[in-house]
Design a protein around this ligand. Sequence first.
Ligand SMILES: *[C@@H]1O[C@H](CO)[C@@H](O)[C@H](O)[C@H]1NC(C)=O
Length: 417
Amino acid sequence: MAAVLRFNMRWILALVVACLLLSSMIFVRLRPAPPTPPLPVRDVPSYWPPPVENAVCRPKIYVYEAPSTFQVPKSVQQGRCHESNYNSEIILHDQLTDPNSVFHQLYVTKNPEEADFFFIPFFGACYLYHCWSQTNWRWDERCEVDSRYVDPMMDMVINQYPYWNATGGRTHIMTMPMDQTFTYYQSNERFQPAIFLKTVGDKRSKWMYRHRYHHDIVIPSATRIVHHLGIDPLRYLNDEGQPKVGKRDIFVLFHGCCDSVQVDDEYSNGIRSLFFNYFSHYPGYEIGQGLADVEYAEKLSRAKYGLAPMGWTLDTTRIWEFMAYGVVPVVIADGIIEPFEFDVDWDSFIVRVRRDEVHRLDEILRGIDDATYEYKRRRLWEHGRRVGLEKDAWHYIVRELCRMEHIDKPENLGLGY
Ligand SMILES: *[C@@H]1O[C@H](CO)[C@@H](O)[C@H](O)[C@H]1NC(C)=O
């Protein structure tokens, strides 16, 4: 009897020990893993994107001066064309020629002999915009732009100075800020060798001929709110980019054309039809027709996300207003080339939604957690915002120019950021 008992006791003991072992193994397994620490900061050259003050090179740019005999009159530049979304050509020119601007001080030379690049003061978009405004907005009107503007401009550059011929025009810069870039001008053959600064960047084969690989630089657009009305976002936002009053209580903002878009339209590849027919009924969505006044500025300062869909082209002009106001852009433009992709980490501060997922827009945006949103918003406010025309666009253009001409002479511009 005692032997049987002892035998049982031994078995029970073994069972208890086995149980303890098993449960301790399970416990070890269930204990949460230690949190992953962020990676240490790396030395700047091993990291991307670089600070904009670490220039690739500091080229010298000579700006031609066009006589009033054919140049678009100053009164038209500062009058009619000031309201135009194509105004980047005049803004960028004026930044170079204004003696008080940092770009003038850093990059411009009065001596063409020492220049690396030559800026042609070509305001073809302004010429045409003014022309259209006087001909009842008939977009196919040209007002003799070739014979009265392009030809005298190119005659001056090619015949009166030796610099165009010296490099076959390769080091010359012109701005083409309209949808159809250089194709408005019949005599565009004359200036094809030049580098174009253009607002539309498009990888689709359909428009390949309008984007000249390694020959074009995509730049920001001018927008009515920021560049024409000149409304300062800091009227509404504090230094952190948050509303001075209240909080960002509009979840998704879109004001633009057109509530009649159909799913199979070419305009916006049908994308906007879902905004007006569906998302406009969702809670937190502020969707409406184009707005470009103080009311819109006020809405921008209250929005978390802003929709930047393609229109006729992949120039999503609205994005520059969102960025200026710290609104995280939702880019819906498959195939877009954003400005300065080699130096600007776009994906750190925008959300991309592909056309075949636009119907899931709400699910996608609601699925972005607070920490990820705040990361993007912060990156946008601290870096993305500086890409616009009113801030650092020229520094970024210059980086591209250095690479195009293979000038590798790093220099610190001493900007302090
Ligand atoms: C540049 O070349 C063109 C074409 O050969 C010529 O007509 C023009 O006079 C040249 N320009 C100068 C400044 O020599």
